[in-house]
Design a binder for this molecule. Structure first.
Ligand code: NDP
Length: 234
């Protein structure tokens, strides 16, 4: 049966690939977008995850269109890379507010209907940076590591209602977020990736599809690395 899915930040990059994959599998998929227009063929709701009222409004629109959200993919995220010595409090706070607190806002709004329905799937998009640390990404790595503690706590809270919560620790993926990296930097990073290349948004989407699907019914609180082996052992 078609499920009601919401993907935050689903207008481009990994979120869009996830939305398209789940829609192709027969789900009713809504995406959030902040500006511009929603992607063709998907139901779009305007929402900035740093604003709780916008989050609530977005959920109401999705609920009216396709019913209560049964699968939430918390994907919206930003990076503002800088070495700590020159990192402003604004840049630290903005990354935490979007990646971690934004996920809290969205997940909190999603869980009540899931708890009533006694079923649900939540997938959080974290990063290998959370596990390895990355110079220049203290804010980003802290936000993504926070998602792991957040997700595992939710997994315990929500397991009695048959709601699973899992985290994907994505490696270096070819999207707008990484488009500003120089070729030399990409080569330096991929030299440490056992599979020797960047990942694609579709490869992350395939893992989300699995975690949201029937084959993953006994998986909760997991951190699944989709990183070409970069974070192996962490
Ligand atoms: P993109 O920069 O391509 O896309 C980011 C998405 O998040 C956009 O849809 C953007 O919306 C949305 N977004 C950002 N801030 C907000 C906000 N305040 N409210 C609502 N939406 C927001 O990045 P990716 O597709 O690469 O990243 C997707 C997720 O994957 C992120 O959480 C990222 O941290 C994570 N990730 C990415 C990796 C990579 O190498 N690319 C590696 C590991 C994790 P808008 O278009 O309006 O800006």
């Amino acid at each position: 049966m078609a499920r009601s899915v919401l993907v935050t930040g689903g207008n481009r990059g990994i979120g869009l690939a996830v939305a398209r994959r789940l829609a192709a599998g027969g789900d009713r998929v809504a995406v959030t977008f902040r500006s511009g227009r929603p992607p063709a063929g998907l139901f779009g709701v305007r929402c900035d995850v740093t604003d709780g009222e916008q989050v609530d409004r977005a959920f109401k629109e999705v609920e009216a269109e396709q019913g209560a959200v049964e699968v939430l993919v918390a994907n919206a995220g930003i990076a503002r890379d800088r070495l700590l010595a020159t990192m402003s409090e604004t840049d630290f706070g903005a990354v935490l507010d979007t990646n971690l607190v934004g996920t809290f806002r969205v997940a909190r709004r999603a869980v009540r209907p899931m708890m009533r329905a006694r079923r649900g799937r939540i997938v959080l998009i974290s990063s290998v940076s959370a596990l390895l640390g990355t110079a220049g990404q203290a804010n980003y790595a802290a936000s993504k590591a926070g998602l792991i503690g957040f997700g595992r706590s939710l997994a315990r809270e929500l397991a009695p209602r048959d709601i699973t919560v899992n985290v994907i620790a994505a490696g270096l993926v070819d999207t707008d977020m990484t488009s500003s990296l120089t070729e030399a930097r990409i080569e330096a990073i991929t030299a440490s990736v056992p599979l020797g290349r960047m990942g694609t948004a579709e490869e992350i989407a395939a893992a989300v599809d699995f975690l949201a699907g029937p084959g993953a019914g006994y998986i909760t609180g997991a951190v699944m690395a989709v990183d070409g082996g970069l974070g192996m052992g962490h």
